[in-house]
Structures are given as structure tokens and as C-alpha cells.
Design a protein around this ligand. Structure first.
Ligand code: RB5
Length: 146
């Protein structure tokens, strides 16, 4: 599975740790930066990560900022993206099972690196359940096209 990842200055350590962990696990990780500590605007990172998912280049994305919220708001503006800001295990699992989320957003100032790695693992290891949930996703898609 190909995974896109990116962060702003609020979560460089988290992004690097998640990228290294997923690479170690055998995933192909495309890192959209940042690569060194510098102040950036999170929509500028969310956009290329999400574009790579919509285009089919990558299957899932992980975006990390200070809270995970800015990244999720930006990502959800992009057609075809369902981004979820999560800080605990249950949400990371069910947003894949029920929402078919394709982007996980994490807060580097909210959770530690260890929890971030665990949530990333859950996210990439869980598949959409489909069935009645697909009907709801279709309604979200209809909202995008309204
Ligand atoms: C940057 O200081 C911070 O605002 C950003 O990382 C994020 O938390 C926004 O939601």
C-alpha cells in the first residue's frame, strides 16, 4: 500500500517517526514534508498529500499538525477526501470501518509519538466495512457535488 504523509512545524517529530515506522513495516511512504523545522502554512502541505490520493498515486494519507484540526479542515475541502482528526484508538479504527476515511489527521501537540504511531497502524490496517456505510458515503459525495 502507498501512503502519503505530511506535516507542519507543529509535528515534524511525529511525522518522521510515523514515516520511518510505516516504511519499516513495508509500506511505500511518500513524504511531502516538511523535512526540517520551519514555519509553514498547513494547507500548503495538506493540498499535495490529498491531491496524490485523489489522483490514485497514493491510497491513504496521514497529515500531522499541532492539533490535527487545521489539517483536517483543509483536507476536507478537497473533493474525494474524507479526513478524520483522531486522538484515540477507537476513532482511528471506526473512521476507516464506517467513514472510509482516506486521510488520518493527528495533533503533534495533543498526543505523543508512541500514540501517533499506534493510531497510524490502526488506520492503515483497518478496511472499510461497506454495506450500509457506503450509502452514507454516497450521500457525503452528493454533498460535495451540491
Ligand atoms: C501552527 O502553529 C498550528 O496552528 C497548526 O499546527 C495547527 O495546530 C492548526 O490547526
Amino acid at each position: 500500500m502507498k501512503i502519503a504523509i505530511g506535516c507542519d512545524h507543529g509535528a515534524l517529530e511525529h511525522k518522521n517517526a510515523i514515516a520511518a515506522h510505516l516504511t519499516e513495516r513495508g509500506f511505500e511512504v511518500e513524504d511531502f514534508g516538511i523535512y526540517e523545522m520551519q514555519s509553514v502554512d498547513y494547507p500548503d502541505i495538506a493540498a499535495p498529500v490529498c491531491d496524490s490520493i485523489v489522483s490514485g498515486k497514493n491510497e491513504l494519507g496521514i497529515l500531522v499538525c499541532g492539533t490535527g484540526i487545521g489539517m483536517s479542515i483543509a483536507a476536507n475541502k478537497i473533493k474525494g477526501i474524507r479526513a478524520a482528526a483522531c486522538s484515540e484508538h477507537f476513532s482511528a479504527k471506526y473512521t476507516r470501518l464506517h467513514n472510509n476515511s482516506n486521510v488520518l489527521c493527528l495533533g503533534g501537540r495533543v498526543i505523543g509519538v508512541g500514540t501517533a504511531i499506534e493510531l497510524a497502524d490502526i488506520f492503515v490496517d483497518t478496511s472499510f466495512e461497506g454495506d450500509r456505510h457506503q450509502r452514507r458515503i454516497d450521500k457525503i459525495t452528493a454533498l460535495e457535488n451540491r
